[in-house]
Design a protein around this ligand. Structure first.
Ligand code: F6P
Length: 337
């Protein structure tokens, strides 16, 4: 068999580890040919590919980014209309490339596109990846652990400078519409207030938490904000708003930090390397068994797969009574509600 691999959507640490996992398993264990498709789905239309052999898959396990490049696929997704001339072009390109299957590494948008490709009759396997950990149908995505490590280290560092200056530090972490990074890094970093889009927030509760600490002789606080948080009025990027309100209403000097793309770049953690390797290897196994139209996933510590049709259009958000939230509340951490 001849399989094509592409990465699509925002990059994250661990994509190269999974490309290696798919490719080496396919070549060495199943005797398949492996093609790398450049720059996401657009690489199919442009037939922008390269052969991947065992040698070209060596030395990439620990590399951040993706050796194949990536792009957002929305424009491509619009072309996939069943029985339409555009979709026949896509099918024709895959036939010209002699691909028996395409492995699509990506987040929610990519899995949706993969499901549509499967719907027009192409053999597709999805591999979930994102630092946001918000892909429905899998307990965890690779990239998340690395991002949580980076954000936790940043929060650790903010503690000492906040303490030295007796300031409130408001730090914004990524996560798109989900609060997974904020919850896990906030808890691991010992934040005093953690604000998640899933819970919303009341600025008075945030100020109360900061003042409560001040009254207890703790003159500094760390407030972790998920980027997807919205104010009651629906305004985006409330980090500056929150920092401004805290300073004005508590009288404590407050600074803001937006971590941004630092959370997405660089080497994957050992956990993410192994997770990505397992998911990649399982994708090749599914292809060998001709079980197409599926996304590989983690159920607890077990690797499995689910139909792509079940994944499309859903988001995995933090459950409001997540164990870490309940535990945090019991220990006096404020979730701003
Ligand atoms: O999905 C990963 C992510 O980094 C989100 O956390 C963030 O909202 C988004 O991508 C940023 O995307 P872009 O690369 O389009 O700026």
């Amino acid at each position: 068999m001849r399989i094509g691999i592409l990465s699509s959507g925002g990059d994250c640490p661990g994509i190269n580890a999974t490309i290696r996992g798919i490719g080496k398993t396919a070549i060495m264990h199943y005797n398949m040919d492996v093609i790398g498709i450049h720059n996401g789905f657009s690489g199919i239309l442009q037939k922008d590919i390269r052969e991947l052999d065992e040698r070209s898959l060596s030395g990439i396990l620990n590399l951040g980014g993706t050796i194949l490049g990536t792009s957002r696929e929305k424009a491509f997704r619009k072309l996939i209309i069943p029985d339409d001339s555009h979709s026949s072009v896509i099918k024709q390109r895959c036939a010209e490339l002699a691909l028996d299957c395409i492995v699509c590494i990506g987040g929610n948008g990519t899995q949706k596109t993969s499901g549509l490709l499967s719907g027009i009759g192409l053999n597709v396997i999805g591999i979930p990846k994102t630092i946001d950990n918000d892909v429905w149908g899998t307990d965890i995505t690779f990239g998340f652990d690395t991002a949580v490590n980076i954000a936790t280290e940043a929060i650790d560092r903010l503690h000492s400078t906040a303490n030295a200056h007796k300031r409130v530090m408001v730090v914004e972490v990524m996560g798109h519409h989900a609060g997974w990074i904020a919850l896990y890094a906030g808890m691991a970093g010992g934040a005093d207030v953690i604000l998640l889009p899933e819970l919303g927030f009341d600025i008075n509760k945030v100020n109360d938490a900061v003042m409560d600490r001040a009254h207890k002789g703790k003159p500094y606080s760390i407030v972790v904000v998920a980027e997807g948080l919205r104010t009651a009025g629906g305004e985006t990027r409330p980090t500056g708003y929150i920092a401004g309100k805290i300073e004005k209403e508590t009288g404590i000097e407050t600074r803001e930090t937006v971590l941004g793309y630092i959370q997405r770049g660089g080497n994957p953690s050992p956990f993410d390397r192994n997770l990505a390797t397992r998911l990649g290897g399982h994708a090749s196994e599914l292809i060998a068994r001709k079980e197409f139209g599926r996304m590989v996933c983690m159920n607890g510590n077990e690797v499995g797969s689910i139909p792509l049709s079940e994944v499309a259009g859903k988001l995995k958000l933090v459950p409001p009574r997540h164990d870490l939230i309940v535990q945090g509340e019991r220990m006096g951490i404020s979730f701003g509600i």
